[in-house]
Design a protein around this ligand. Structure first.
Ligand code: GDP
Length: 424
């Protein structure tokens, strides 16, 4: 039985907490795309963790964690995260790495930085983790699979092959020194040895697990609007954060899906550049940013202040639709308890016309929000465990949004901790 947890919006919706929570009732947790470029915050009895590359099931001893072939595997980042867990007293997690996953190297990170520098003010707000150059190499067939890296001669050949293209760009476009293939071969051959015990055919493993009826949780990173095809291109990421891609990037049959859980926040937040229709500015934004999340809305990866705004039902309805969501989880509901009135964006006005359909980026850039204003509940709702015990205005807010996004909100998160959850 396969379940996917994915973001309905721009990322940072609080998927880490929900995954960590549902991991308890799962046998296997799988990362299927992206790399160490985003962060999931989880808070559990071991403390607070920002995980970047490891699946969010690593704090549960009974869970097998899988890094699927669709992931950008930054081995150094992975080892650092494993060391961090050990230092914090978490027992060594069960971790399997796909032999088909490709390796994100130091030159991918370097190219990411050089390109952001070259673009200057026109940059797309990359986290400079090497993600776009990595997926570019995969598409260009000059990437390196883990299985190739485990054979030093093959690794060298693959590096030479990549360097033939990379060095032209380094010299002509960026004015930087060429790649040192010898040094790279030594470095990545050594790193490969460190992960060798974890490397296997995870696709066979997962297909067998599906047949045996194991509970498999696919963990998406970022959200719908960062999808290269369906998101706010070019302010998108380079791999698909859609549940549909989960079948590919993890290696499970698409017919095995039973649930697709889209996570959204009770307000909007977004890291990086791009149109963000319901954005708040000034004191209003600062207040929400300060109160948001578990320690304010600052990027788990970069520490950058997140842009914040009112709930955008147009973007979220689209986000849930494209994910094929069967359920929606709304997180951070507790954060809004200080507001007298709360706005919800129910349509966009573009060139004099109103629409409820999420438009292409050039039109989105011209969109202004059409708001409905709802009364706040002016109450701290942390600690509430029953839906019926929530203030009436709070339930009205949830039910209004549920109708607008056309997806059942089956869980409400009212605090960052694992047990701060209300089932409906
Ligand atoms: P992810 O990338 O989707 O996992 O999202 P992040 O973990 O980066 O961001 C979510 C933020 O919200 C983190 O700081 C979480 O600790 C926090 N968080 C999650 N759920 C809740 C909630 O219901 N209430 C509050 N106050 N914080 C939450």
């Amino acid at each position: 039985m396969v379940r996917a947890i994915v973001g309905a919006n721009w990322g940072d919706e609080g998927k880490g907490k929900i995954t960590d929570m549902l991991a308890e009732k799962s046998d296997i947790v799988v990362r299927f795309q992206g790399g160490a470029n985003a962060g999931h915050t989880i808070i559990n009895p071991y403390g607070k963790f920002a995980l970047h590359l490891l699946p969010s099931g690593v704090c549960h001893g009974h869970v097998t964690n899988v890094i699927g072939p669709g992931v950008a595997l930054d081995i150094e980042a992975l080892l650092k995260e494993l060391e961090m867990l050990e230092a914090r007293g978490v027992p060594a997690p069960k971790l399997l790495i796909s032999d088909r996953a490709q390796v994100l190297t130091e030159y991918h990170v370097a190219f990411d930085c050089y390109e952001e520098e070259r673009l200057g003010k026109g940059s797309f707000g990359s986290t400079k983790s090497g993600i776009a150059p990595f997926y570019g190499d995969k598409a260009m067939k000059i990437g390196i699979q883990v299985c190739q890296m485990l054979d030093k001669n093959l690794l060298r050949k693959r590096l030479e092959n990549a360097a033939a293209q990379k060095n032209v760009l380094l010299e002509k476009l960026y004015g930087r020194p060429a790649l040192d293939v010898d040094a790279l071969t030594e470095k990545y051959a050594a790193l490969a040895e460190r992960i060798r015990p974890m490397v296997c055919d995870t696709t066979q493993f997962l297909h067998k697990a599906v047949k045996e009826g194991k509970r498999i949780l696919l963990e998406g990173q970022l959200g719908t609007l960062r999808d290269p095809d369906h998101g706010i291109f070019p302010f998108t990421t380079s791999s698909s954060p859609l549940a549909g891609y989960g079948a590919v990037g993890a290696g499970v049959p698409p017919t095995a899906y039973e649930e697709i859980i889209a996570v959204t926040k009770a307000y909007s937040s977004c890291v990086g550049a791009g149109p963000f229709t319901t954005e708040l500015f000034g004191d209003e934004a600062e207040e929400l940013r300060k109160r948001g999340g578990d320690a304010g809305e600052y990027g788990a990866k970069t520490g950058r202040p997140r842009r914040v705004g009112w709930f955008d039902a147009v973007a979220t309805r689209y986000g849930c639709m494209v994910q094929g969501a069967t359920d929606c989880v709304m997180t951070n509901l507790d954060v809004l308890g200080y507001l007298d009135e709360i706005k919800v964006c129910v349509a966009y006005e573009i060139e004099g016309c109103q629409t409820r359909d999420f438009p292409v980026t050039p039109l989105l850039e011209k969109a202004t929000p059409v708001y409905v204003t709802l009364p706040g509940w002016k109450q701290d709702i942390r600690g509430v465990r029953e839906y019926g015990a929530l203030p009436e205005n709070c339930r009205a807010y949830v039910e209004f949004i549920e109708k607008e996004i056309e997806c059942p909100i089956t869980m409400l998160s009212n605090g960052p901790k694992r047990d701060e959850i209300i089932y409906r």
